[in-house]
Ligand binder design. Structure first.
Ligand code: GAR
Length: 214
């Protein structure tokens, strides 16, 4: 069993990766501006050139960069992986925040930031990993779903769970309506988890993540 915690003595720096519109990133950036997260954004990176997350970052005058993902559809190729690691190291980030980054991170990337990568996923893991989790939940007929913030390890949507928030599934839900309500609770949960990490209040014992007030 391994145990680690992220402790900080200086202003905590985030490296944010996303492929989409960036609403979770915006929620985190708003929470930083409101003084709720003792951190700053070091850099925002995307594998999609026109991604909304890059526009959100540039509007806030933050460093933002498109790094082409290379030849694969679901992961970064070796050159791209090196590019992401170099950009994050150059920005001296303490924590990698995946905010809708739709590629699986592998070997060298995980080794470079072991125990320092977190992700948000739109289901109550370990149920419904992978794509379109809100649709998987609806198709399965569950009555409650939600979202999960977790550490990233070599599995897909599989690392130790930091926080979860529930969303009821309604009889008249469509995939879109359910996804929208999950998105809304993500914007509450992710900033709270990042704040706890930035304050050094989170430690990991095997698969269990413990929250301590500092
Ligand atoms: C969020 O719903 C997040 O949970 C999901 O992508 C969306 C990004 O939205 N992530 C995954 O599915 C990762 N497996 P955003 O760009 O508006 O933050």
């Amino acid at each position: 069993m391994f145990c680690y915690s992220i402790r900080v003595n200086k202003l905590f720096r985030l490296g944010v990766l996303g492929s989409g519109k960036g609403s979770n990133f915006a929620a985190i950036a708003d929470a930083i501006d409101a003084g709720q997260i003792p951190a700053q954004v070091g850099v925002v990176l995307s594998d999609v050139e026109g991604a909304g997350i890059l526009s959100h970052a540039r509007e806030r005058e933050m460093a933002a960069q498109f790094i082409p993902p290379g030849k694969f559809r679901t992961k970064l190729d070796e050159d791209a992986e090196r590019g992401y690691v170099a950009a994050l190291q150059a920005a001296r980030v303490d924590l990698i925040v995946l905010a809708g980054f739709m590629r699986v991170l592998k070997g060298d990337f995980l080794r470079a930031f072991e125990g320092r990568i977190v992700n948000i996923h739109p289901s109550l893991l370990p149920s419904f990993p992978g794509l379109e989790s809100w649709k998987q939940a609806l198709d399965h007929g569950v009555k409650v779903t939600g979202c999960t913030v977790h550490f990233v390890d070599a599995g897909v949507d599989a690392g130790p769970i930091i926080g979860q928030q529930t969303v009821p599934v309604l009889d008249n839900d469509t995939p879109e309506s359910l996804h929208q309500r999950i998105h809304a609770v993500e914007h509450d949960l992710y900033p709270k988890c990042v704040a706890a990490l930035a304050r050094g209040e989170i430690s990991v014992l095997g698969r269990r993540v413990l929250w301590r007030k500092s």
